[in-house]
Write a protein that binds this ligand. Structure first.
Ligand SMILES: NC(=O)c1ccc[n+]([C@@H]2O[C@H](COP(=O)([O-])OP(=O)(O)OC[C@H]3O[C@@H](n4cnc5c(N)ncnc54)[C@H](OP(=O)(O)O)[C@@H]3O)[C@@H](O)[C@H]2O)c1
Length: 291
């Protein structure tokens, strides 16, 4: 599996990332098998958020690390903060809202470290843009968390280009990624400037739901038959290879709960897609030619 820096200043991540959003649906034994399969395939980067599994997934993953401490040295941990919603686990939240106050970011990092059973986060992301963000306050808390060694790198998720540029302008260190939804089911970032902006800042995108969350995409399966044969690849392998062909260096986050599908996904890294095939697939998804 290719390993690559998200930004010149780090971190190094596996080109395919394993996403923990759906992992509360599997048993601890299945999780153990999934994580070990990922590592065996060279998928060493794991994407979490404080809220996944109604605030339980970080702890489930942490239980695995507490049982097998040596695994931590073989992986990079990404987590997110800033979303709050009403939950028995968070009785203080009356309404779904975002909180990027320094107090909450610091509290959330300390809590994620405890849940995940680690002393450092390789990457901390602001989960969604918060209209009440004070960027100077975020810069200050990011800077302190980095100085303290609790967080090694920072980034954002679901930010527009102007939100990314604005926050970056307050920081003395780079936002190393914007984690956004990109797939055959959501092509907007190709055309709305999101990927251009990341290339301008020399930061790589992470793609969430790269397989459209497993939902059928705007594409007849038969339209992919020629490509499946040409590349000896499955539908999901083609979809991932298609994303990784983009020069912004997209890191897809695969959300499967099944080890065999992680193995299937890992094969996509070896596919080098021909330029015209790439456009032919785009045409099939868009149902029209490029202008
Ligand atoms: N930043 C954000 O706001 C945000 C939002 C959403 C997600 N995320 C991150 O992105 C990650 C991925 O999201 P996602 O789970 O929606 O991604 P995905 O990889 O597009 O979808 C995974 C889903 O597709 C199903 N699936 C069907 N066929 C598959 C195949 N051949 N290979 C793999 N999966 C297949 C999986 O089911 P099985 O489990 O049965 O295989 C699973 O339910 C999340 O875990 C999370 O880390 C971030």
């Amino acid at each position: 599996m290719e390993r690559k820096v998200l930004h010149a200043q780090g971190p190094v991540c596996s080109r395919l990332i394993a996403g923990a959003w759906r992992w509360h649906t599997i048993s601890p034994e299945q999780l153990d098998k999934l994580v070990r399969t990922a590592l065996d395939q060279g998928i060493t980067t794991f994407d979490h958020a404080d809220i996944y599994g109604d605030h339980t997934n970080e702890e489930r993953f942490g239980n695995l690390l507490r049982k097998n401490p040596s695994l931590r040295e073989r992986m990079e941990l990404v987590t997110k903060c800033g979303i709050k919603f009403p939950s028995a686990k968070r009785p203080d939240s009356r309404v779904k809202h975002y909180d990027t106050s320094a107090d909450h970011i610091r509290w959330s990092v300390d809590n994620s470290l405890k849940m995940l059973g680690t002393d450092r986060l390789d990457l901390l992301l602001i989960h969604r843009p918060d209209p009440l963000t004070d960027p100077a306050e975020v810069a200050e808390v990011f800077s302190r968390l980095i100085q303290e060694g609790k967080v090694l790198h920072v980034g954002v998720s679901n930010f527009t280009s102007s939100q990314f540029r604005m926050l970056q302008s307050y920081l003395a260190f780079p936002l190393v990624t914007n984690q956004i939804e990109i797939s055959w089911g959501r092509l907007d970032p190709l055309f709305n400037g999101d990927l251009d902006l990341l290339m301008e800042f020399r930061a790589s995108p992470m793609a969430w739901s790269p397989l459209g969350g497993g939902k059928p995409i705007n594409l007849e399966e038969r339209e992919l038959f020629p490509f499946a044969a040409r590349y000896n690849a499955t539908y999901s392998q083609l979809a991932l290879a298609w994303l990784m062909r983009h020069p912004s260096g997209i890191f897809p986050i695969v959300g499967t709960t099944r080890p065999e599908r992680l193995e299937e996904a890992a094969r996509s890294i070896t596919i080098r897609m021909n330029r015209q095939d790439w456009f032919e697939m785009l045409k099939a998804v868009m149902k029209r030619e490029m202008p």
